[in-house]
Design a protein around this ligand. Structure first.
Ligand code: ADP
Length: 613
């Protein structure tokens, strides 16, 4: 049973398709120009097919052109004129006319192709920029939810699919539809003149081509979804194992990782082949049905030509127009399949573009340039996802210039707490205030400028040591950078590297030791010179000699600054003004190192545990 696509499905399809075309909105002028070139080149193509009539009937056979039935006067006049020209003179005209015709057709074909490429490549550039800019806007909550590989696939793979749909499928949709309609009008006109049965044959063939095309297109859409998922899986697995290459090797898990990779790769292979099979079957199928039609036509009117009631050139031109319709339909069927893929890619891209950053800046947000009094947490509650509570009833004050040390077992919520200050995440309940104003009221950039973070995972960018140190203050002078490096005790080892400050940090900082990377990160924080410091296990990678040096540098740096230090090594927190002990997301104790150590506190237990080993 042939199933007609439901009206609602068609509406939906068109809605999605127009949304996809919105990517090319700013190229309307170029598209219109390309459309014009397509129109002109279609007419040239039609004329070149029409040349078959004089070539076949007049020049090579010196016979009359005969089109049966009643013709409009201008056509009768034209045919009479053509019939009266001597074949040899006709040949001369044709020799001049044909190259000019094809040259012009070539120029317009090139122009429309090139203009469509301008649109397609422009869309790639624009969508990539839009996606990347969205990535910069989105908050940490988004990055917690999405896999790196998946996001990379959006920017690389999905964007290419969309370009394909715009530079090629959209071109084909306009150009081939023009050709199909133009050739159909010509073919039907000539066909009706020859015999009323001919257009009927075409009416039977076209649906036979169209319906399978629609059905297969639907299957392709389903498979393409799977293919995209597998690419995202492959990407994230690769990202994971490349980043964690050392762990994989240390645990001898190479074979296991290879097997995992092969399994996903095999799935990808299977689904790509399934998609390819369906896409590739469309072309030969439409061609075969088309040829069946041509055979039927020859059967119906072959006799007319043999008996001289129709000139061969006219029949040949009719067949040429019909045959020329197959190519546009073939291409149009591919358009449907490519669009199916592109619609899913477009939906995924819009998912990201329409994503709302969870951490938003309020309108007319206040400026903040300095910290005057301090930071207060009022009854703060937080969870990454609704069902898992991470922080509860946090009340904490850090006065300006105080050093607050956060201690507690791993997973207690210390990093989460400090991440709330630069608004990486917003608490679900309660508020965090700086100088009595909720941090949500400040401009996000201003707020973050007040804070320097040295976290557990040190990220150095693939650039020079100088750029890495100046990451938070690009305008810093050379002497300031050197000064910061000296304070962080990084200057000595930088001077030992061949290119010194110009040395490029290798991929993910492989060429530097853990301690060296940490010192660069500390130099970066020192250079930023923000009034609030967050040091998350900032000294964990250092050997005891450099730890001592850095600790001194950090305490010097912390003078006059409000600092939050997370440290498992309790020796690093002894000088803190306030030690806050966390357990399961709650503050269980607060005091100075001295007061806590003197009482029977959880802190004392932690301390004893650490120093008894
Ligand atoms: P600590 O710094 O004390 O070791 P964290 O603040 O890192 O603790 O983690 C507190 C809890 O929050 C842990 O249970 C951890 O698994 C969870 N957690 C941390 N980061 C995320 C995240 N991005 N998404 C979901 N859960 C997280």
């Amino acid at each position: 049973m042939i199933q007609f696509p439901k009206l609602k499905a068609v509406k939906n399809y068109l809605k999605e398709y127009f949304k996809l075309l919105r990517f090319a909105k700013s190229y309307r002028g170029t598209l219109a120009l390309a459309g014009l070139c397509m129109g002109i080149s279609t007419i040239f193509e039609g004329v070149s097919l029409g040349m078959i009539i004089p070539l076949a009937d007049r020049i090579f056979t010196n016979k009359e052109i005969i089109i049966p039935g009643k013709l409009p006067p201008f056509l009768v006049e034209l045919i009479d004129k053509l019939n009266s020209i001597e074949p040899l003179i006709f040949l001369k005209y044709i020799i001049i006319f044909v190259p000019v015709l094809f040259l012009l057709k070539g120029i317009f074909t090139f122009l429309q192709d090139f203009l469509m490429n301008i649109v397609g490549q422009g869309v790639v550039r624009d969508v990539r920029n839009r996606l990347y800019s969205k990535f910069q806007d989105l908050s940490m909550e988004f990055y917690g939810r999405k896999k790196t590989g998946e996001l990379m696939a959006r920017v690389t793979n999905d964007v290419s699919i969309i370009t394909n749909a715009i530079s090629y499928a959209l071109k084909d949709l306009i150009y081939e539809s023009m050709k199909a309609v133009f050739f159909a009008v010509c073919a039907f006109y000539i066909g009706f003149k020859i015999s009323w049965q001919l257009p009927l044959v075409a009416f039977v063939i076209l649906p036979c081509i169209m319906f399978p095309v629609v059905r297969i297109g639907k299957r392709i859409k389903k498979f393409s979804l799977e293919v995209q998922k597998k690419i995202a899986d492959l990407n994230s697995l690769m990202a994971e194992t490349i980043q964690g290459a050392q762990v994989v090797k240390a645990f001898c898990r190479e074979d296991y990782e290879l097997e995992r990779f092969k399994k996903i790769n095999q799935h990808y292979y299977k689904f790509t082949l399934k998609t390819a099979k369906r896409m590739l079957v469309l072309s030969p199928f439409t061609e075969f049905v088309g040829v069946l039609g041509v055979v039927a036509i020859l059967w119906i009117v072959g006799n007319e030509v043999i008996s001289g009631r129709l000139s061969f050139g006219v029949l040949a031109t009719f067949l040429a127009f019909l045959m020329s319709m197959i190519r546009p339909f073939k291409k149009l069927s591919n358009v449907y399949a490519i669009n199916q893929q592109a619609l899913t890619a477009s939906a995924r891209i819009y998912d990201i573009l329409e994503e709302d950053p969870k951490v938003k800046e309020k309108e007319n947000a206040d400026e903040i340039k300095y910290l005057n009094q301090g930071i207060i947490f009022n009854d703060v509650e937080f969870s990454y996802n609704e069902d898992e509570f991470v922080l509860g009833s946090i009340n904490l004050e850090a006065k300006k210039g105080e050093v607050v040390a956060l201690v507690g077992h791993s997973g207690a919520g210390k990093s989460t707490l400090v991440g709330l200050i630069p608004r990486f995440y917003d608490p679900q309940k309660g508020s965090i205030c700086i100088d009595g104003v909720n941090i949500k009221d400040f401009k996000i950039k201003d707020l973050r400028s007040l804070i320097a973070v040295v976290s557990q995972d040190i990220v150095l960018f693939n650039s020079t040591i100088r750029d890495n140190i100046a990451y938070g203050r690009a305008e810093a002078s050379e002497s300031e950078i050197i000064e910061a490096a000296k304070k962080a005790h990084a200057y000595e080892f930088i001077m030992d590297i061949p290119n010194k400050f110009d040395a490029v940090v290798g991929d993910r900082g492989f060429r530097l030791s853990g301690g060296e990377k940490q010192r660069i990160a500390i130099a970066r924080a020192i250079l930023k010179n923000s009034p609030i410091l967050i040091l998350d296990e900032a000294t964990s990678h250092l050997d005891s000699v450099s730890e001592k040096l850095i600790k001194e540098a950090l305490y010097m740096l912390m003078e006059g600054k409000t600092s939050f230090i997370i440290a498992h090594r309790l020796s690093t927190v002894q000088k803190a003004d306030k030690v806050v002990v966390f357990d399961k997301g709650k503050i269980i104790e607060m005091g100075t190192h001295q007061t806590l150590i003197e009482s029977d506190s959880a802190y004392k237990k932690l301390y004893d545990l650490q120093f008894s080993v």
